[in-house]
Design a protein around this ligand. Structure first.
Ligand SMILES: Nc1nc2c(c(=O)[nH]1)N[C@H]1C(S)=C(S)[C@@H](COP(=O)(O)OP(=O)(O)OC[C@H]3O[C@@H](n4cnc5c(=O)[nH]c(N)nc54)[C@H](O)[C@@H]3O)O[C@H]1N2
Ligand SMILES: Nc1nc2c(c(=O)[nH]1)N[C@H]1C(S)=C(S)[C@@H](COP(=O)(O)OP(=O)(O)OC[C@H]3O[C@@H](n4cnc5c(=O)[nH]c(N)nc54)[C@H](O)[C@@H]3O)O[C@H]1N2
Ligand code: SF4
Ligand SMILES: [Mo]
Length: 758
């Protein structure tokens, strides 16, 4: 019997595709081996590198970093070089799976899967109310798919509560920017890495997490001071000119102390402050109590070094501030991000080359999810609570405004609490591996058992979360579908279909389309026929918003330009035509005459000093620091931090774990970093088995004894499945982002036999 799935025009029905040839890291096929090459944007991190994929008979057979792509200039990290390998893993999901009467997941066809999806979730909604079904999405599918999911779920299926893993990652930056600038708008361009004379990295391990951006730093010709503020002496700290090893979660106090020193010494820009900001006087009064003695006691950084840093900022001509998860994942993270923004504003380090208060995003499309996932804000950075916004969206989408919820969605943690309180009975998880990555994992995985129905949509059927599914939907991966990602510098990049998806796996786009059909709401999305058609709809949704990209004609335009940064309005389109084939600057190695890309332009925001608040000014926002929610104590004397381990590991390892080449680049087994003094006191030797316990769980790991971590602190990479057994579920009150980087643990030796770490 033919089903709707069979009739979807792009449904791949080919049998499982074998990897044609095994090209490894650095092995680029020779031109004789391929018949075509096309540029696609990498599907891992938010750097958004361009990769030249080499094709034979329209099937990818290898790749190499794109020489003239303006982001990576011919470079890629190990994950990028190995991006094709995970597509051919033999645990790729090839068929929908349904849990049978014996509790086993069993292959079914799409028709059956869709009937069950619809029947079960509708039955839950009928019994418990529409808001008893929720979804958890991702920053790792294309913008067009995210928007489809958000629109389908909220406007078509009547789901009120939906959030995504971007909550774990970028929620703090989004809220901080919105409050300070009036819109969620990272202001920089990557060129700023090369144009600063002082770069300050706060809670960012760029070398590991954004290796190609670190390469951009190394291209800086101004002999810059590079400052790293991180409790650990990370790879980035080792490459820096100055390292401030602050105590975990003392950042807010530390940054206020720096602000006070800048004021005291006149290292500020009074005209910038008066023309472009609000609330400065109140801020000056607020930071008065943050004396260097007090800040030194809280942060562990001496008064002299505080002054040294303040002087560097004050005397720098082009100072840029960069932050990532060491800031965003904290109990007072929004105010901490804003304390960084305050430093940039008060010193006038904004809107000029080499400046800015710059949050580096995480996932390939975290920025897309911030603007278009329809979760924490209405499509295009609008407000669900604002009737005019709802009407505007309804008009653009040809929908009845009554279909658009007039309330905000619950955040990820509130959805999890909703399961606990029996408010959420059905959950649909798309492209995130919550059972591994959510904070306080034991609790989360227990709660999943309470659900009446759990749907998991992933490219692998083996993920920790998929193991809990009642229904599993097999998705096509990056490289097997098309659409756009938005990178850290707001650049749209193109993803293309360069490989066939295995078995009956469908693109997430086509899965959403299919669901709309079975749910009975496909008529609402009759214009949403293809990713590129949805791109045109998103353009209309962006028009007039700060993220306006209505001037980008189509996918071809993005492809030809080498990516295009928002904003890009209709009028920028005309301005830019005269810039086409613009000469590359002297320090730029790119040769325009050999470049495939016709648009070479780097744009930063706020060059005119105008922010997105109605008065055009940015705001100083500040608040008293609060103590760490779970400080170390006698029973649990260590502060445990977690984060990225190596450039070869990605998150929960569902993808990177499939590459033998990448597996050789990191320890196979979970390890904990410990300071030699602590190790000696606890009689722990290198590679000894140790137990790490918190109030919530216990983990066994190998000891990695290193001076890069301070005494009283420990670090475990997030890539090993057990790590979130330990973490403490504290959240920033404004962004609801989890505080993954500070909980109290105890560490003890398990046995004496040293074992190899890999
Ligand atoms: N290889 C690789 N690259 C990735 C990813 C990956 O999984 N693997 N993930 C991507 C994603 S989604 C993200 S969000 C980014 C994350 O990128 P980063 O934020 O750079 O990575 P993390 O290691 O999570 O955290 C950064 C640093 O914060 C420090 N830190 C911990 N506590 C504190 C504190 O209280 N104060 C300060 N100042 N620092 C602190 C840690 O020691 C750590 O070195 O990486 C992206 N890139
Ligand atoms: N302890 C601790 N925990 C953390 C962090 C930390 O620093 N410490 N960091 C947090 C951060 S910043 C982040 S971003 C999260 C990341 O946490 P997760 O989102 O859970 O991590 P991933 O492993 O990237 O999961 C993505 C899932 O999507 C699947 N997938 C990939 N591509 C596609 C696709 O195209 N379609 C579909 N349907 N599925 C796809 C992958 O197989 C994988 O199962 O982890 C958070 N958790
Ligand atoms: S730095 Fe990020 S975008 Fe670039 S190749 Fe590596 S994972 Fe891909
Ligand atoms: Mo992230």
């Amino acid at each position: 019997m033919s089903t709707v799935a069979d009739n979807l025009s792009t449904t791949p029905t080919e049998a499982f595709v074998e990897q044609p040839q095994n090209f490894g890291l650095g092995d680029v096929p020779s031109p004789a081996q391929y018949d075509n090459t096309t540029n696609v944007v990498c599907g891992y991190c938010s750097t958004g590198c361009g990769l030249n994929v080499h094709l034979k008979n329209s099937q990818a057979i290898g790749l190499s970093p794109t020489q003239d792509y303006p982001v990576n200039l011919g470079m890629a990290c190990p994950k990028g070089w190995e991006a094709l390998t995970p597509l051919y893993s033999n645990d790729r999901a090839t068929k929908p799976l349904l849990r049978n009467a014996n509790g086993k997941l069993e292959a079914v066809d799409w028709d059956m899967a869709m009937q069950v999806f619809t029947l079960r979730l509708k039955a839950i909604q009928d019994k418990n109310g529409k808001d008893s079904v929720a979804w958890l999405g991702t920053g790792q599918i294309v913008t067009e798919e995210m928007a489809y999911l958000g629109a389908l779920a909220k406007f078509g299926m009547g789901i009120v509560h939906g959030d995504s893993n971007t909550r774990q990652c970028m929620a703090t930056s989004a809220v901080a920017y919105k409050q300070s600038f009036g819109f969620d708008a990272p202001p920089y361009t990557y060129k700023d890495f090369e144009e600063s004379d002082v770069l300050i990295f706060i809670g960012s391990n760029l070398c590991i997490a954004h290796p190609i951006l670190w390469q951009r730093v190394l291209r800086n010709p101004h002999q810059p001071e590079i400052v790293v503020i991180d409790p650990r002496k990370t790879e980035t700290a080792m490459g820096a000119t100055q390292h401030y090893a602050i105590q975990p979660k003392s950042d807010l106090t530390f940054l206020y102390g720096i602000a006070k020193l800048l004021i005291e010494n006149g290292w500020i820009d009074p005209s910038y402050i008066s023309e472009h900001t609000n609330a400065y006087e109140a801020f000056v009064a607020f930071v008065q109590p943050f004396s260097s003695q007090m800040v030194a006691a809280a942060s562990g950084i001496s008064a002299e070094r505080l002054l040294q840093l303040a002087r560097l900022i004050g005397e720098g001509k082009r100072v840029s501030f960069w932050w990532t998860m060491g800031v965003n994942q904290g109990h007072e993270s929004t105010r901490t991000a804003q304390a960084i923004i305050n430093l940039a504003l008060m010193t006038g380090n904004m809107g000029r080359p080499g400046t800015g208060a710059n949050s580096v995003t995480g996932q390939c499309n975290a920025m897309g999810s911030r603007l278009f996932s329809n979760t924490s804000n209405l499509l295009g950075g609008r407000d669900f609570l604002n009737a005019a916004d709802r009407e505007q969206v309804a008009r653009i989408l040809h929908l009845d405004p009554a279909l658009i919820p007039d309330q905000n969605s619950w955040t990820y943690d509130q959805i999890v609490s909703g399961i606990e309180n029996d408010k959420i009975k059905g959950l649909w998880i798309i492209a995130t591996n919550s059972s591994h990555s959510w904070i306080h994992q034991n609790d989360f995985n227990k709660l999943l058992q309470k659900l009446d129905f759990l749907v998991v949509q992933d490219i692998y059927h083996t993920t920790e979360t998929a193991q809990h599914a009642d229904l599993f939907l097999p998705a096509a991966a990056w490289g097997e579908k098309e659409g756009t990602f938005i990178n850290s510098e707001r650049r749209f990049g193109l993803v293309k279909r360069v490989s066939k998806s295995p078995g009956e796996a469908l693109s997430d786009f086509n899965i959403f389309k299919l669901i709309g059909h079975y749910w009975g709401c496909a008529h609402l999305f009759s214009h949403w026929t293809s990713p590129e058609r949805v791109f045109q709809i998103l353009k209309e949704l962006s028009r007039g918003q700060p993220c306006d990209f209505s001037g980008i004609e189509d996918y071809r335009a993005i492809d030809e330009a080498g990516g295009i940064q928002w904003p890009f309005t209709e009028s920028s389109k005309f301005e830019v035509q005269s810039l086409k084939f613009e000469e590359a600057s002297a320090q730029d190695n790119l040769k325009p005459q050999t470049s495939n890309f016709k648009l070479r332009q780097e744009r930063r925001l706020f060059e005119d000093g105008k922010f997105f608040h109605t008065d055009g000014k940015a705001r100083f926002i500040f608040e008293q620091p609060r103590p760490m929610p779970e400080p170390p104590c006698q029973q649990f004397p260590f502060v445990l931090m977690t984060g990225r381990g190596t450039s070869a590991q990605w998150h929960t390892q569902t993808r990177t774990g499939k590459s033998e080449i990448l597996r050789r680049l990191y320890p196979a087994n979970i390890y904990v970093e410990l300071n030699p003094a602590d190790a000696e006191r606890l009689q722990i030797g290198p590679n000894d088995r140790v137990q790490i316990s918190s109030r919530r769980g216990r983990v066994e790991a190998y000891a990695f004894i290193t001076y890069t971590i301070q005494s009283g602190q420990a670090f475990i990479p997030m890539h090993y499945p057990a790590v979130n057994r330990l973490t403490f579920p504290a959240f920033d009150p404004y962004s609801r982002q989890p505080s993954y980087k500070a909980c109290a643990v105890d560490i003890s030796r398990l046995d004496r036999k040293p074992k190899p770490r890999s």
